[in-house]
Design a protein around this ligand. Sequence first.
Ligand SMILES: C[S@@+](CC[C@H](N)C(=O)[O-])C[C@H]1O[C@@H](n2cnc3c(N)ncnc32)[C@H](O)[C@@H]1O
Length: 237
Amino acid sequence: MSKSKKELILESTTLWDFPTQNYGDKPHGNNKYNGVTPAFVIWNLLQRYTKEYDLVVDPMCGSGTTIDVAKEINRRVIGYDLNVVRPDVIKNDARKIPLDDNSVDFVFIDSPYSNNIKYSDDPNCIGKISCEKTEFFDELEKVAKEIERILKPNKVVAWLIGDQWIKKKFTPTGFLLYQRVEKYFEPIDIICVTRHNQTSNTGVWHNRARKFNFYLRGFKYLFIMQKNKTTRQKNGT
Ligand SMILES: C[S@@+](CC[C@H](N)C(=O)[O-])C[C@H]1O[C@@H](n2cnc3c(N)ncnc32)[C@H](O)[C@@H]1O
């Protein structure tokens, strides 16, 4: 049996390594979608932080991995994106989510990390802004504020993001994002998710990394955070 089938179990440490995007026999999202999220990540989060019939929202759901995982385990789910690739995704900008305050039980978001991937031609795509610009974090902070507004008190958001090393320059995108979102949420934990299937995961790139003294990106951060009274006070709302 392949590892993907054998190991659909709750992760017990802060290091998650899933060699395949999908588990089981049915697709969860589309593994051909640029930047698709490993379905195991979402499954683990929903098992820990939601129960049956809870409302789960993904404001940047792409190929719909969150929708498929959530439906399969009887969670209610709404997936938004600017790039609509299937009929159950609602076109919407994550900076303004059409839901009431305090109405959602769990949010998962795998946002762009920079302008490294072309998701669509939509000019509002945050993935058109480089993470080397402050504007990138200004826009993601607007998304964080919306997530805080729609989440019920004490409920959880999980945010997946990676750093950037490009043209000999490192940008600690994860830390820079965390500095912005900690205004809105309290930390529960930070998970390190191993990166697989990158175009740079070839012998040529591994040799270049050794020869020219840089590192290939090996992980993403998964920030697990909670909305509570303290964060609302910190934020002055
Ligand atoms: C890393 S991908 C998400 C992948 C998704 N979780 C999946 O498994 O297919 C990031 C997504 O953010 C979307 N996006 C970028 N800017 C957005 C915005 N302002 N509002 C909504 N979605 C946005 C992109 O279209 C892209 O689908």
